[in-house]
Design a protein around this ligand. Structure first.
Ligand SMILES: Nc1nc2c(ncn2[C@@H]2O[C@H](COP(=O)(O)OP(=O)(O)OP(=O)(O)O)[C@@H](O)[C@H]2O)c(=O)[nH]1
Length: 193
């Protein structure tokens, strides 16, 4: 369904993002696979640009699902080779994009299922909690996790670490395009609510 509805893609600065009534925001560490997740979610190959080089997604990518319903792809955090000034700009962008925009929103924090969540991911979750913004977790790169570790265990651990319910954690592999049906259902439920 999502693949049929995404019809528009744009790049924007945080303070000039179009108005929306509902938006899904993807956030996560640099190179965690945000672009790959968006492509898999929309069953497309090149909607979002994938790169082996961390920090490739620098501006905000906006995908419209329908009129005034958006998927927003934020630049990754935690990329080591950025200046303090760039980090400050990033923080400002988060504020403009997430806090100041008056829309119904859910943030999906994408984490690496193999490496596990990092302090920066927990900081992000803490910050969202402070502002009362709802967030969910996507554990990507599950294809790298040893097969004897059940995905249910990954979900339980992540839920515990982030202080959320297990139903708010999704395990996927963007590379293998596995695990996306539950995530799609969740996103469509949000957009249709
Ligand atoms: N093994 C594996 N690799 C993946 C998966 N998803 C993404 N990758 C790889 O991870 C790297 C980064 O993917 P991107 O989708 O560009 O990541 P990003 O988070 O958008 O990157 P930034 O531009 O740094 O924000 C690429 O080499 C992908 O092929 C996955 O599910 N499994």
């Amino acid at each position: 369904m999502l693949e049929k509805t995404v019809f528009f893609r744009a790049t924007a600065e945080a303070d000039s993002l179009p108005k929306s009534v509902a938006e899904i925001i993807f956030s996560g560490r640099s190179n965690v696979g945000k672009s790959s997740v968006i492509n898999a979610l929309c069953s497309q190959k090149n909607l979002a640009r994938i790169s082996k080089t961390p920090g490739r997604t620098r501006s905000i990518n906006v995908y419209s699902v329908s009129l005034r319903k958006w998927i927003i792809d934020l630049p990754g955090y935690g990329f080591a080779r950025v200046s303090l000034q760039e980090k400050e700009l990033w923080n400002k962008m988060m504020e403009e994009c997430i806090i100041k925009r008056n829309s119904n929103k859910t943030v999906y924090i994408i984490v690496d299922a193999f490496v596990g969540p990092t302090e920066l991911d927990f900081d992000m979750a803490k910050w969202l909690k402070e502002y009362n913004i709802s967030f969910k977790i996507i554990a990507n790169k599950c294809d790298k996790v040893p097969q004897n570790i059940p995905e249910d265990e990954i979900r339980s651990k992540a839920a515990e670490c982030f202080g959320t319910d297990k139903s708010n954690v999704f395990t996927v592999s963007a590379k293998k395009r596995n695990g996306f049906s539950k995530l799609k259902t969740d996103i469509l439920k949000f957009f249709n609510s």
